[in-house]
Structure formats: C-alpha cells, structure tokens
Write a protein that binds this ligand. Structure first.
Ligand SMILES: NC(=O)c1ccc[n+]([C@@H]2O[C@H](COP(=O)([O-])OP(=O)(O)OC[C@H]3O[C@@H](n4cnc5c(N)ncnc54)[C@H](O)[C@@H]3O)[C@@H](O)[C@H]2O)c1
Length: 268
C-alpha cells in the first residue's frame, strides 16, 4: 500500500518511479527512444541488445541525463541469453516491473524468394524471443504481484504487406500470442499488450529500403500517403509504450495499439 508521501514523491519522479524495465533492442530506434523516455519517467532500465555499442550509447545517454541504466548484451533468440538478461536485471535493480519485447528484424521478400534461413531468423528474433523472455520474466512479475509486458507488433501484424511474408507471419503471431498471454497471466495481474507501429523513421526502415533496392529515404517519403502525411518518429511510439507500461493503463490488457498516423484507417 502506497503512503501519501510516497505517492507525492512518485509524482515528482515520474510515471515509472520505483519501476524497473527491461527493453530488448534498446540499442537503436524505438527501443532506444523508449529506454530514454522510461528513464526520464523515473524507471531503472536494463538496455538489452545484440549490439553492445548501441546498448552502451543508450546507457550513456540515460546516465548523462541523470538516469539509471545497465547494458545487457544478449541475443534474444537464445534461451540462455534471455534467462541471463532477466537475471542481470534482477541483480542490478532487484525487481522487474516492465518488459518491452521490442527487438526485431525484417527480411523483405515473398514466399518464393524467402530463404529458409531468413524465415527462421525472422521468426526467432521477432517471435521466439518473446516466448523466451516472457518465460523467465513472468514468474518474477507474478511473485512481485504483477507487471506489464509490451510486445512489438506492427501494422503488418494486422494486415498483409507486400514482399514481407516472414515479417507478416511473425508480427501476426506476436499480436495473437499477446492476447493468449493476457488470458493466461491476467489473474497474476500481469498486463500484456502489443504496440503496432506503422512505418517509423529508424535504421530498420532505411535497411528495408536498401533490401528493396530503393533510395535510403524512399520509405520515409512514402509516409506522405498516410492520413497524417508522414512516417512516425521513434519517440511517438515510445509514448504509447510508456502509457501501456504505466499504471494509467491499469485496465488495459490483451490489446493491440495501432500507432501509425492513420495508415490502417484507410486512404482519402
Ligand atoms: N521502424 C518501423 O517502421 C517499424 C514498424 C513496425 C514495427 N516495428 C517494430 O519495432 C521494433 C523496433 O524496430 P526499430 O525500427 O526500432 O528497429 P532498429 O533496427 O532501429 O532496432 C532494432 C534493434 O534490435 C536489435 N536486435 C536485432 N536482433 C537482435 C537479437 N537477436 N537480439 C537482441 N537484439 C537484437 C538491433 O541490434 C537493434 O538495435 C521491431 O520489433 C520492429 O519490427 C518497426
């Protein structure tokens, strides 16, 4: 039970005061923006990424702003790394309240041209990682009396997209495994939601353009076709993740939050 004094202190410290968050893929893009925002809102953050340099840069930025964060270098497709990520978070901060399963990759090709290796990699990094991280995080949250898990879906988890069959399969799985996890772990007061961004200006979007043989900015410019006439910025996705992580979303679970400038709403 919070005392009135604690509640007043928490308001001063931010929306995630006293909370510990583990964010995968936090060395770049949406994960980095979310790690910075969470830290600004008072969370202690475990910055998990395969890319150590990226994770270190995120942690340095958090610390420079007066926040608390650690680097957890891990491949989220491997069970041992996921188990260790949760363990290192607990060792550093003593608890785990929020898990943002954000790490993801894309391989742009149709079913004929997708290699078996690419299919397996996309499924492992985007889907199996959520199974593995949650497998080790859920018992900790349950023991603490609750928590919030946010999984990175995509607009392409809700509709099909061109030349992205493995990614669409993976994100469709993310959206529905989120619902199944919400059903399973609601009684333990663990909320599980997915965030479904539309095109967002990150390294992934530029990498996708390269895979399609387009100029680096081509997919950013294609954002003009959306109702809001632009692609998203990583911070705009992070704001919705913050809401889902916070106590403001206390009755929200099993949902897929579309954050896409109206891309799925239709066209004029
Ligand atoms: N950018 C978009 O347009 C967009 C749209 C919809 C959904 N998403 C989803 O948002 C999430 C973040 O995407 P982003 O645009 O910020 O991408 P990004 O490429 O900028 O960042 C992804 C991060 O994940 C890390 N990563 C990759 N494989 C990993 C592994 N095996 N283990 C640990 N870390 C790994 C990378 O090193 C990188 O730092 C992804 O799940 C992506 O599918 C992005």
């Amino acid at each position: 039970m919070k005392t009135m004094e604690n509640e007043m202190n928490d308001k001063q410290k931010g929306e995630l005061a006293r909370k510990v968050a583990l964010i995968t893929g936090a060395g770049s893009g949406i994960g980095r923006a979310t790690a910075l925002l969470f830290a600004r809102e008072g969370a202690q953050v475990a910055v998990c990424d395969l890319n150590r340099d990226g994770a270190e840069a995120t942690v340095a930025a958090i610390q420079a702003a007066g926040g608390q964060a650690i680097v957890v270098q891990a491949n989220v497709a491997l069970a041992a790394d996921c188990e260790r990520s949760v363990r290192e978070t607990l060792a550093a901060f003593g608890r785990l309240d929020v898990l943002f399963n954000n790490a993801g990759i894309t391989r742009r090709a149709n079913v004929v041209d997708t290699s078996e290796a690419d299919w397996d990699a996309v499924m492992a990094v985007n889907v199996k990682s959520i199974f593995l991280m949650s497998k080790y995080a859920v018992p900790v949250m349950a023991e603490q009396g609750g928590g919030s898990i946010i999984n990175a879906g995509s607009g392409w988890g809700l509709v099909g997209g061109k030349d992205a069959v493995s990614y669409c399969a993976a994100k469709g799985a993310v959206v529905n495994m989120t619902r199944a996890m919400a059903v399973d772990h609601g009684p333990q007061q663990i909320r599980v939601n997915s965030v479904c961004p539309g095109d967002t200006d990150t390294a992934m979007l530029r990498n996708e353009a390269a895979q399609l043989g387009l100029a680096a900015t081509a997919l950013v410019e294609a954002g003009n076709a959306r109702p809001l006439m632009r692609v998203g910025q990583a911070e705009e996705i992070a704001q919705v993740v913050l809401f889902l992580a916070s106590d403001r979303a206390s009755f929200v679970t099993g949902s897929a939050y579309v954050v896409d400038g109206g891309g799925l709403a239709g066209s004029a």
